[in-house]
Design a protein around this ligand. Sequence first.
Ligand SMILES: [Ca+2]
Length: 219
Amino acid sequence: MKIKISSKIIPDEKGFTPLEKAAAFNRRLLLVESDAPQTVRERSSLTGFTLIELLVVLAILAIVMFPIYEFLRQGALSWQLGENKTEVVQNARIGLDKMCGEIKHAIEIYSITPLQIRFWWKDINADDIADADEILTFSWSGTGNDDLTRKLDSEIQPTPIANYVDDFELRYFDDSGIETAVLDAIQFITANLRIKKTVQGHDYISQMRKSIFPRNLLL
Ligand SMILES: [Ca+2]
């Protein structure tokens, strides 16, 4: 295909970007011999996108992508909230269940306060003697965020059984349902545990209460 220089001017081809200007300039000089009009494909391969077109595309992309981003972000956030909530609830329930289960088997209670209980848990070696590895203490410091702990007399360090404790209280009642501080009169105990975990400004609170009837207390 021969190409010739043409004096024919294409008046509407001015161009905007340097590439377009160059292409328009070339078209003014060069015309295909057949004088057939250029196809859209041919023209776009020379010109590319204009800045306006790019901006419009970016604007449309932003409009389309923002709700998707927001949707995903909210989803991730609520998943995280659920995870934290579940963890806090699980944490409290497991700790409280363990403590109550062990107090329930108490043979003899040695000391009580609202924050602590010390008792002969079980006669593991069946010798009718309360040995150091049979005496348990559950306690909480009274300071928010501290652990509720479990410790055998034979152990040096207490073991945490619930973390992020915000409040913990033990109450002791006699067989008339009246609160008592007399060890021999204790018939049932209520345990109240509140967990509060703060993650990125969110408070996750879980509160539970349980009643314990120690069946094996020596009377
Ligand atoms: Ca024993």
